[in-house]
Ligand binder design. Structure first.
Ligand code: ZN
Ligand code: ZN
Length: 234
């Protein structure tokens, strides 16, 4: 929910009412002014009841602490209560129910309003973003949970560039781009492997610590750094 609010829409969890004007704006008429809009007759379509993700998180943690987990004894002599405190649990459950009831009274779930940009990921999923929330160079993960693709937003032409990691086969020099997120998600004790499309050899990729050292002039250190090893097959 936090990601949705930060990246997709600030009003995703806000309270709002959507209304529609009773009659359309006559064709060919000048764009309506604020006064024109205020004078129109509006019919409410529905209301979204807002909620705070952090408040819900606190309720969840409160319930978990009181009722979902068994007490851990501090020493072997300590007695473990099999059941939680009924009054404390009842009070927390009532608080949670009141919040759930309040949210359930909404008649609308909107994804907010505002200008939208969209692009199609190479997996075929359509990704949509609220324009006002996009920042230059921001990385966007594909909305498809099974997809590892991500994109960098380029503000100047409102485009999305695929984030990839270029791999060149040491045997046949064939190159291919693999999604950067596959590498970023790798733990240091893991590796990914795939077969080269050119010669069929298996290529392994893993994280490796690298050492760089500053020697003599800073200028030379830069040259040295670029010469420090590259990722080698396991
Ligand atoms: Zn995708
Ligand atoms: Zn190859």
């Amino acid at each position: 929910m936090k990601t949705l609010i930060q990246e997709v829409d600030v009003k995703a969890a806000g309270t709002l009412t959507l209304s529609i004007a009773r009659g359309p704006v006559p064709e060919g008429s000048p764009p309506p002014t604020r006064e024109d809009y205020e004078a129109m007759d509006w019919l409410p379509v529905g209301t979204q009841v807002g909620f705070s993700p952090s408040k819900l998180g606190k309720l969840w943690n409160g319930l978990a602490k009181l009722a979902l987990h068994i007490e851990i004894p501090t020493s072997k002599d300590a007695t473990v209560n099999q059941y939680g405190d009924i009054q404390a649990i009842a009070s927390k459950v009532k608080q949670a129910l009141a919040e759930i009831k309040r949210i359930s009274e909404g008649t609308l779930m909107s994804s907010g309003m505002g200008e939208e940009v969209s692009f199609e990921c190479i997996c075929g999923s359509k990704n949509k973003r609220r324009l006002e929330l996009l920042k230059e160079g921001q990385s966007i993960n594909c909305i498809n949970p099974d997809c590892d693709e991500s994109y960098d937003y380029v503000q100047s032409d409102m485009s999305f560039g695929r984030r990839t990691f270029g791999i060149v086969c040491r045997a046949c020099r064939a190159s291919r781009d693999i999604p950067k997120r596959i590498i970023e998600k790798l733990r240091t004790d893991q590796h990914v492997h795939f077969d080269c499309e050119g010669c069929g050899e298996t290529i392994y990729v893993s994280w490796r610590p690298m050492q760089a050292q500053r020697t003599k002039s800073p200028k030379k250190a830069w040259r040295d750094q670029s010469a420090v090893g590259s990722l080698k097959p396991l």
